[in-house]
Design a protein around this ligand. Structure first.
Ligand code: NAP
Length: 467
């Protein structure tokens, strides 16, 4: 085989998943000056951008501006978008191997981690990931129901997702009404009777995963007062040691914000948001109908963890927090990809600098790559995916140079396109997404909102005259 990567014989790459990692990877590959690359971007939903559309909070509009640079990538001649095509259902990995030299999975982390405590599956106990997808108008989650008629809600975890969820529950309807939150979610939030929201961290304030701007934002909500419990902010020797580490100054700033909240008087805003530390849920307690009535919490102290860092150690002192709704925000988790190895513990695909590696055979899986959360796990912000995808792109190009690529039987662009159209006649090209984008923006403008999302696939197809 002559080595592909020339204008007459381009390197053909399938990228699965049109979230940030997929776009950053495409950008990097198509930006090569000495290798001609053609990338086809497969996306299960008709809409691109992954977590930028369905994860970033509606009130964080600016973070979504990154889609403008993704649109520039999509406009490059070497890129095609196959929206509404589910790899695994419409086309298989074997199909892709028939048409591409390389396949990179950028499928993210599509499910949630569990707490592993009794009562976790009671009614009104939900993964935060589902609530986030719901208020962001994800078609697979739009029909879920969250009972906002309760007065007290607990959000377990103190990562940025937990903060997003607590903030959305605490904001006034007026604040939410100028965002792109899904229309049904806005109505549900309008009817919300939630008065108190608790954010629960199992370790101390020095170990909180949320970032300082996110912590500050909680103190600026129009509809909610915020507070912390002073005794839970006291720093033990393990936390004091952290303050001298490299990221010590950032942690100090965060703790200062939290300390200020301990002394804030209530100002009579309709809601109260309380950040708690050094507490772990041990059980969700049911009411007579099988729904959450309360959460049992154990108080923790910090202990040194075996591999370094700290862990929460239960003290044996318990309390009961009366809450009627629980969001478990203890992390996302990747889903196995049929035909590829999977690390069940980490929820990621085993790899070496992005090249999938079969740990049993001790060999790379030729032509298979990963980037983004399915590669490194659910951490980092949108921009973290850029260097992550760049690493995978370098590996892909090194393998090309070494001749370690697949030898597809039908590498022609038309052959892959024919396969897709046969398997999924309702494939959505990028131009069709741009039409939906314009319609969403126009509908939003009329309401003083950045956009009003379509949240049903059928609705999107009907708008495009494709149903
Ligand atoms: P995360 O940052 O990993 O936070 C997970 C939280 O869950 C941690 O506080 C963790 O505590 C806690 N936790 C885990 N297991 C627990 C258990 N069994 N019981 C109690 N608590 C438990 O994850 P995330 O919030 O899902 O966010 C994912 C990534 O997206 C993060 O990198 C985040 O920064 C990013 N993100 C960014 C933004 C933004 O920039 N505004 C918004 C949303 C998400 P321990 O630390 O003790 O394990």
């Amino acid at each position: 085989m002559t080595r592909p990567g020339t204008p007459s014989d381009p390197l053909r790459v399938a990228i699965v998943g049109a979230g940030p990692a997929g776009f950053f990877l495409a950008e990097r590959l198509l930006g090569q000056s000495d290798v001609t690359v053609e990338a086809d971007l497969y996306e299960r939903l008709p809409t691109p951008y992954g977590l930028v559309r369905f994860g970033v909070a509606p009130d964080h509009e600016k973070i979504k501006n990154v889609t403008r640079s993704f649109d520039k990538v999509a406009a490059r001649p070497g890129l095609r978008f196959f929206g509404n095509v589910d790899v695994g259902r419409h086309v298989t990995l074997d199909d892709l191997k028939h048409h591409y030299h390389q396949v990179c999975f950028c499928t993210g982390a599509q499910t949630d981690r569990r707490m592993g405590i009794p009562g976790e599956d009671l009614a009104r106990s939900h993964p935060a990931t589902e609530f986030v997808a719901w208020y962001n108008g994800h078609p697979d989650y739009r029909d879920l129901h969250f009972d906002l008629s309760v007065e007290r809600v607990a959000v377990v975890g103190v990562g940025n997702v937990a903060v997003d969820v607590a903030r959305i529950l605490s904001r006034s309807v007026e604040e939410m009404a100028t965002t792109d939150v899904a229309d049904y979610a806005l109505e549900a939030l309008r009817a919300s009777r939630v008065k108190e929201v608790y954010l629960l961290g199992r370790r101390g304030p020095a170990q909180a995963a949320f970032t300082t701007p996110e912590a500050k934002e909680l103190g600026e909500l129009e509809g909610a007062d915020v507070r912390t419990v002073e005794s839970e902010l006291a720093l033990d020797p393990l936390s004091l040691a952290v303050l001298d580490a490299e990221d010590g100054p950032a942690i100090r700033r965060k703790i200062k914000v939290l300390q200020e909240y301990a002394h804030r008087p209530r100002t009579g805003k309709p809601r109260l948001l309380t950040l708690r530390f050094l507490v772990s849920p041990t059980e969700l307690v049911a009411d007579e109908h099988g729904g959450v009535r309360a959460m049992r919490l154990v108080r923790n102290r910090l202990a040194a963890a075996k591999g370094g860092g700290t862990r929460a150690e239960p003290t044996g002192e318990f309390e009961e927090l009366p809450v009627g709704l629980v969001f478990r925000s203890v992390g996302y988790r990747g889903v196995a990809i049929p035909g590829l190895p999977f690390d069940e513990k980490a929820g990621t695909v085993p790899h070496e600098r992005g090249r999938v590696r079969d740990p049993v055979a001790g060999q790379p899986v030729t032509g298979a790559y990963v980037a983004g959360w399915i590669k490194r796990g659910p951490s980092g912000v949108v921009g973290t995916n850029k260097p992550d995808a760049a690493e995978t792109a370098e590996t892909m190009l090194a393998d090309l140079a070494a001749g370690a690529v697949l030898e597809p039987a039908e590498p022609a662009v038309a052959a892959a396109e024919a396969l897709v159209r046969r398997a999924q006649p309702a494939v959505i090209p990028f131009g069709d997404w741009r039409k939906l984008d314009r319609l969403e923006t126009e509908r939003g403008k009329a309401l003083g909102r950045p956009r009003l999302k379509f949240t049903k696939v059928e609705e999107m197809l009907a708008q495009l005259g494709r149903s």
